[in-house]
Design a protein around this ligand. Structure first.
Ligand SMILES: [Zn+2]
Length: 459
């Protein structure tokens, strides 16, 4: 019954990347620097306009940046630069260990930096960057500089505008001409394929939804099945939590990630769902939900990954329940939480138990840390489920909505969410909420009777 490779989000390809990095495959890139460069936090990339030629493998990035101490510092580790200008004046190509530094007017509120560059085509095994063999880009978690100059730190949200050329005749490139609001640096993406567009309708708030799927009767079937409640779930998120942050149009794009085409990636407004999961409502609504958490509200530290994935997993199940879709709790518990808690899938790195909310900030090696596993999704979802049992799922929704509206477009911490829930739930519930946070988020061992506690909604 269970399919252990199945992930709610991309895992296996990126884990392959992480493992191959140890054998030097990824490190063969000249100038590639990991971990993230130390980009000054006072710096703020406000907008990034990307003009990409996928055939020629060239790009022009136009960034509006608030400089820090008279400098602009950008990660360009995967790029070969040909020209850089600052406010129209040529600047030296000063790249050290993959980081471009250019002087800027110290008194300027913002400067415009234009970078002309080329980038490498990536193989499916390398995975991060533009993969012409698969017709898709992938930049998670911090490989934005394989496609454009950037700051991979999640704290620095950016609004993208995009134009893509160099696409073969007969193929369609799916990308947003604008993301309309600040999202994480990995959010920009393009998918190229022989796509058919399906109209999924318009939400109450007026957001126009579509699905783009590959040719074939089976693919059409999968698209219809996977998106059966997508419009209603999107509508639930808008009506319950707040307005969508990434423009008047959104939708799901079928992508080919090779042999590991499971899960999806939150490239809003046109998010990617891998082809083996394109018929799966949970995967479709999960990537939809990231428009509110993960992208809409970003997380400050990699240790706060649960704020993205735990919240998204919970509101996915919540929305599907509320719009008469499938009940995902047995799937969450039986397929993922049980093997995590029992340690019954020790060779599967996506099902390794861990503390999902450590009290550090950006001190873990995220790509090699067990926080990057389904444990963050499931224990996070169970935390919310148990809080819903304690205070009522409707009240929990109103608190999540308040949190979303206060923090959309910003980066915050999971503790901020816990604090707001405790404040709004009132003193009578504080100890129970704190206990749920301790049991699910801050303790390695799963709590006693964990499966029933998470699976069953108390009336
Ligand atoms: Zn996710």
């Amino acid at each position: 019954m269970s399919t252990p490779l199945r992930a709610l989000h991309v895992y296996v390809p990126a884990l392959i990347v992480a493992l191959t990095a140890c054998t030097g495959t990824e490190d063969s890139d000249p100038g590639k620097v990991r971990p993230e460069p130390d980009v000054p936090q006072a710096q703020d990339i406000q907008t990034t306009d990307l003009d990409l030629n996928l055939g020629a493998l060239t790009g022009t990035a136009t960034l509006v940046v608030r400089p820090a101490a008279g400098m602009v510092t950008l990660d360009v580790a995967g790029l070969t630069l040909s020209r850089v200008t600052v406010d129209g004046v040529d600047a030296p190509l000063n790249v050290v260990r993959g980081v471009l530094s250019v002087a800027a007017d110290a008194d300027a509120e913002t400067v415009t930096v234009v970078v002309d560059y080329s980038f490498n085509a990536r193989t499916p095994l390398q995975f991060d960057g533009w993969m012409p063999n698969l017709g898709v880009t992938f930049l998670w978690p911090n490989y934005c500089s394989n496609l454009f100059p950037c700051n991979p730190a999640l704290e620095d949200g950016v609004t993208f505008t995009m134009n893509v050329t160099g696409v073969d005749d007969g193929l369609t490139a799916i990308y947003p001409t604008s993301t309309h609001g600040d999202g994480p640096p990995y959010m920009a993406a393009v998918a190229v394929g022989e796509y058919t567009k399906m109209d999924l309708g318009t939400t109450t708030a007026g957001t126009k939804l579509s699905a783009w799927y590959f040719p074939g009767a089976a693919e059409l079937n999968n698209a219809e099945k996977g998106t059966a409640h997508l419009r209603d779930a999107f509508d639930y998120f808008e009506q319950t939590y707040g307005p969508y942050h990434f423009g008047p149009e959104a939708g799901t794009v079928e992508v080919d990630w090779g042999a590991d085409s499971w899960g999806g990636m939150e490239h809003h407004p046109f998010f990617h769902v891998a082809k083996f999961d394109f018929n799966d409502e949970e995967a479709q609504v999960h990537e939809t939900a990231h428009g509110w958490f993960g992208d809409g509200v970003r997380f400050t530290c990699w240790e706060d990954f649960v704020l993205s994935e735990g919240t998204t997993t919970y509101i996915t199940a919540r929305a599907l329940e509320q719009v008469d879709g499938p009940n995902e709790w047995p799937y969450y518990v039986d397929d993922f939480l049980v093997p995590i808690c029992e340690g019954s899938a020790p060779r599967d790195p996506t099902l390794v138990n861990t503390v999902v909310l450590p009290d550090t900030c950006n001190e873990i090696d995220f790509e090699n840390d067990p926080i990057w596993s389904l444990t963050s999704y499931m224990k996070g979802a169970c935390f919310y489920e148990e809080v819903g049992d304690e205070i009522g799922a409707d009240l929990l929704d109103t608190i999540i909505a308040e949190f979303y509206k206060a923090n959309v477009g910003k980066a915050v911490r999971m503790q901020d969410m816990i604090d707001l829930i405790e404040a709004r739930a009132g003193d009578a519930h504080k100890d129970a909420i704190e206990a749920a946070a301790t049991d699910w988020l801050r303790t390695l061992e799963c709590p006693e009777d964990y499966a029933n506690r998470c699976r069953t909604h108390d009336p």
